[in-house]
Design a protein around this ligand. Structure first.
Ligand code: GLU
Length: 290
């Protein structure tokens, strides 16, 4: 059996916090503990939020907690041709359609409908653009901003039953249909999280995806894309999320301290890392946050 290859794949939309450190250390320990490789991928496909200064900050944060990675970090912004090729392949299979809806129009349609089906991330897309005649699609593609959505029912029928192995959840039956017709290429970016992450995990030879439980539901879609694109399926490790003293998930928006702030406050990184590895929040968490 080939060695373990794991990765940490942050989005450079801010500095790393303790939850990221826990995830990165978990991925690092899994691979390096078995003599395998640990990769770093920067998921900088969000044109509105990804910033170069955050990439630099993330590298600094990871080095501060003692992590190194094999090879150069892979930047998703350099991978657009690969995403384009995958979209083309799905298009040729007749599984994509252009969507011209604005967020406001989708919200209004959902609000007006008596029973909007709920997906893992809220109400699912009502399918407004799925039935547009080809002529109208072609005319509007030339004139209007549009996303590309997957025709989920058709894709699921094509792929058949799918499963994946999860170190925490065991064997999981994939249920991508619960997500509805997700976007695979955004209006403002030529790909989406779902597509880019699936293609890159396969392209980088990742054998073990270690990430937080908050991304568990997304794996239903990733498993489907693997099947449709003929990509290998890694093992998944959706670890529990670190929680603050109030029992709630640590999140930047709730004021969880960044690694940069802890460093600034004089926290000893070795002790911090030892605590995180034991799943314990560092002493001084609350005061560093005050
Ligand atoms: N880039 C994603 C994030 O920062 C994580 C992607 C993944 O681990 O699959 O939330």
């Amino acid at each position: 059996m080939d060695g373990i290859v794991s990765r940490f794949a942050p989005s450079p939309t801010g500095r790393l916090h303790l939850g990221h450190a826990f995830s990165a250390l978990s991925a690092y320990d899994l691979a390096r503990g078995a003599g395998g490789r640990f990769l770093l991928r920067i998921e900088d496909i969000d044109p509105g939020r990804a910033r170069h200064e955050h990439i630099m900050g993330i590298l600094e944060d990871l080095r501060w907690i003692g992590l190194d990675w094999d090879g150069e970090p892979l930047l998703q912004s350099t991978r657009l041709p690969a995403y384009h090729e995958a979209l083309d392949a799905l298009h040729r299979q007749g599984l994509l359609y252009p969507c011209f809806c604005t967020r406001a129009a989708i919200a209004a349609e959902i609000a007006a409908s008596a029973s909007a089906p709920q997906g893992p991330d809220g109400p699912i897309y009502p399918g407004t653009c799925r039935m547009l005649p080809q002529e109208e699609q072609e005319r509007r593609i030339a004139q209007e901003p549009h996303a590309w959505r997957i025709d989920m029912a058709r894709a699921v029928a094509r792929a058949g039953p799918l499963r994946w192995q999860d170190a925490f959840a065991g064997t999981v039956d994939a249920d991508p249909q619960a997500h509805g017709d997700v976007v695979l290429a955004r209006k403002d970016a030529p790909t989406s999280y779902h597509l880019a992450v699936t293609i890159d995990d396969a392209a980088q030879g990742v054998t073990d995806v270690v990430r937080g439980r908050d991304l568990f539901a997304a794996t239903h879609v990733h498993r489907l894309l693997q099947a449709l694109l003929g990509l290998s399926t890694p093992r998944y490790h959706h670890h529990p999320l670190l929680t603050g003293p109030d029992g709630r998930r640590l999140a930047k928006r709730d004021g969880a301290p960044t690694l940069a702030a802890l460093r600034e406050a004089g926290v000893d990184p070795q002790r911090l890392v030892a605590d995180i590895r034991r799943g314990v929040l560092p002493i001084g968490f609350a005061s560093a946050n005050a």
